[in-house]
Structures are given as C-alpha cells and as structure tokens.
Design a protein around this ligand. Structure first.
Ligand code: PMP
Length: 428
C-alpha cells in the first residue's frame, strides 16, 4: 500500500470525504486521490515519489509553473516582513494599479480571498446598482459556491450530481435564472419574462467548468446588447480566463467590455486570492466609499499580493502568450491526432493556456447538454490510464485543463506518447 492510500484513510476520519474541495476526491473517476508533496515547473511529485506532468496547475494559478523562483523569492521577502498587517499596505496599491492598467474595463478593484468571494460580492454590487434581485447565469457555468450561484452549477457541483445544492434557500434559488450557454434566445426569453427585474447576466466568457467551451461568434456581443437594452449589468467571471487566455483576459480576446469582472487564480499565483472590479459607477458603491458592505480580515494580504504581482510581472516577458498558446495548441492538436488514429471520436479545444477534450463525435461542443452527452465512461478510462502513465489531468470530464509556460515540447511529446498508448488500449 502507498503513502497516498494511508493519508487518504486518515483524511477521511476528520475531513468530509477526505478532502477540502470535492473534485479532489476523484469521485467522478474512481480510485483514490494522489497526495502531492512537491512541485517544480510543469512537474509534481507524489508522496510516494512518482513524478507527474501536471495539467491542472492548481486549477489555474500556476501559469508560470510551480515554485517559480521569482515568485518564491517575492513570497519569502514579503513573509519575512509580516504575514498580515490588517492595515493598508503597499502591495495592494501596486496590485490594483496593475490590474486596472492591464484590463481596460476596470476603474477600481477590491481584493478578496477567493473566486467565490469575488463573484458573490460582484453580484451584490450589481443588485445594489440596479435595485433588482434576479440574475441570469448559464447552465454548467460555475461561479463559486455562494448560495445564489449553486443553482444548476458546473464544476464539482456537476461532477457530484448536485448542481443545485441542498441548503440553498428556495427563496434565493428562485432569483437565479438559468439560460443556455451560446443560446441568446434563451437569454432574451428571460429578459422578456422579467424585463425590469434582472440585475445582471453573469457568464464565464469561455466556459471552463463544463470542460472547455468557447463562446460562439456573436454570443458575448449579444449579451452585451441585451444587458444594455434591459438596463442590466454584464458580469464577466474571469476567475479562470483572466490572464490565462489573453493578457487582457477573455474580454480582451473577444473585444467586449463588461460592467463588472471577477478574477482569481492567476492573480494570486497559488495564494488564496480573488478580486472584483469594474467601472467607477459600480465600484464607488462598495464600502467605505458607498453603502454595499464587503470586507475581509485577510483581503489584500501582503504575501498574496507579492505572489500575485510577481506572477503578473512574469506575464510581461517577451512572447509569453505566444509560447503558452503554441504549447497548448500542440497538446490539443496532438491529442486530437492520437484519438483520430485510434479511431476514437474526440473534439479538442485550446485557447491561450487553457484546453479541453470531449469524447464526442460532435464537431463542436457548445453547451452543457452537449458536454453532458459525451462519453463519461471513456473519459474515466482515459483519465485512469493517463494517471498510471504519470500524466495528471483534471479528475472530471467537466473541468478545463491548464498548461503553463514551464511546459516544454518534451512534456507534450511524453504526454502524447502516453495518450497513444492509453487510447489504443481503450479502442482495443
Ligand atoms: N468562478 C470561476 C469561473 C471558477 O472557475 C471558479 C473556481 N474554479 C470560481 C469562480 C470559484 O473560485 P474559488 O474556488 O477560488 O472560490
């Protein structure tokens, strides 16, 4: 038996399901989770000493790879000065300046400690700004686990088959309206039904919590137009896509200006960080400049700011996004070619440093129903086979994959060799 097995047995005694976040438990793919103790660049080492090529990247933050020396140095320096002041400190100012400079739709930002907090707080601002209570989200999108969002949610909620969680008050859930991703008619129908009641449309501009689904041409533009027509705010949840798919986020990639945006992951480099921001007319409502209460003991934490600033600085290296995009595309194209050669229907997606693959014969997967119709059993076999080969993919068919600037062509070659072997086993 392994050290991972022993740890998981101990973990299950005092931790629900043995984990602190559900998808980590491997519920969707079977077997037991691997415990890790060290990582560097594109590689992670389990407690049993096995090396894996990592395509989760801590679910997005590790865009420069694990334990990047510049980030580690920044963190060590900040930590030596204090883990937390609970007062204003310089790193927060630098972070706010960097974010507002890099993302043109931001006049102001508020730092928080997770993507969940960012989405929850941005929603409160949208509701306060419009004086409305209902909002539209999309089936299979995930915006963290605040009550209002846990209605037909994606990610782990979907993986575990509890897209609408018990414990969410019915009265609150009734205010959450679900539309279909890439289906403007479904959004317009809700606006027509509640023309004066919708505070905002919240959307992952590239859906990353039902695998990886791109917006069809005109979809995001259409959302912008509908929000303008009905006086609603457009809220982009860029917790995953922010600085991952383009230096200006998905909003920069597609040229759409949202009213409010949520960030997380990359801006914290692995520290617990989130942020929400937007136009001054919205952000001036946030306490203490306005009446919308929002606070955090550790928000703007100096160590987290140091890590995030170092990460964002690294993104400015020459050709960073070109390299990231090329390596990610070579992985997705390679997987497609291996699946084609094995005669296994697969559709792959790559955008910036984010990718997805569906066991499906559809040319494109465009919404949650289509993602859910993919061959989940085949995914499970592929995941399990790849894990045995030392390739660490997300343990659910409803998650996107992440590549870092530390992934080399050799890592991709090794991954594709493993995929060839596993796919031929599945096909046989
Ligand atoms: N929004 C999106 C788009 C996400 O992908 C996630 C997390 N995967 C969240 C919000 C929630 O972030 P956190 O897990 O940091 O609370």
């Amino acid at each position: 038996m392994s050290l991972s097995h022993d740890l998981f047995a101990r973990a299950r005694v005092h931790m629900p399901g043995g984990v602190n976040s559900p998808v980590r438990a491997f519920a969707a793919v079977g077997g037991e989770p691997v415990f890790f103790e060290r990582a560097e660049g594109a590689h992670m080492w389990s407690v049993d000493g096995k090396r894996f090529i990592d395509y989760i990247g801590s679910w997005g933050p590790m865009i420069c790879g694990h334990a990047h020396p510049k980030i580690v140095e920044a963190v060590q320096h900040a930590a030596a000065n204090s883990l937390s002041f609970g007062t204003p400190s310089p790193g927060e100012v630098t972070m706010a300046e960097m974010l507002c400079e890099m993302i043109p739709s931001l006049d102001q930002v508020r730092m928080v400690n997770s993507g969940t907090e960012a989405a929850m707080s941005a929603m409160r601002v949208a509701r306060a700004a419009t004086g409305r209570e209902r909002f539209i989200k999309f089936e299979g999108c995930y915006h963290g686990h605040a009550d209002s969002f846990l209605v037909k949610a994606g990610s782990g909620a979907q993986t575990l088959g509890v897209p609408t969680s018990p414990g969410v008050p019915k009265a609150l859930a009734e205010l959450t309206l679900n539309a279909r991703f890439n289906d403007l008619d479904s959004v317009e129908a809700l606006f027509k039904q509640y023309p004066d009641e919708i505070a905002c449309v919240a959307v992952e501009p590239i859906a990353g919590n039902m695998n990886c689904i791109l917006p069809e041409s005109g979809f995001l533009e259409g959302l912008r137009e509908l929000c303008d027509r009905y006086g609603s705010a457009l809220l982009f949840d860029e917790v995953m896509t922010g600085f991952r798919v383009h230096p200006k986020g998905a909003q920069g990639l597609y040229g759409i200006t949202p009213d409010l945006t949520c960030f997380g992951k990359v801006i914290g480099a692995g520290m617990p960080v989130g942020a929400f921001g937007g136009k001054a007319e919205y952000m001036k409502l946030v306490a203490p400049s306005g009446p919308v209460y929002q606070a955090g003991t550790l928000s703007g934490n100096p160590v987290a700011m140091a890590a995030g600033i170092a990460n964002l600085e690294l993104l400015g290296q020459p050709n960073f996004y070109e390299h990231l995009g090329q390596i990610t595309a070579s992985l997705a194209d390679g997987l497609q070619a291996k699946a084609d050669a094995a005669g296994i229907p697969m559709t792959t997606v790559a955008v910036g440093g984010m990718f997805g693959f569906f066991f499906s014969d559809a040319e494109r997967v465009t919404n949650f129903d289509e993602a859910a119709a993919c061959d989940l059993e085949r995914f499970k076999k592929f995941f399990t086979g790849m894990l045995a080969e030392g390739i660490y993919l997300a343990p659910s068919a409803f998650e996107a994959g992440f590549v870092s600037s530390a992934h080399s062509p050799a890592d991709v070659i090794e991954t594709l060799a493993a995929a060839e072997k596993v796919l031929s086993e599945i096909a046989g």
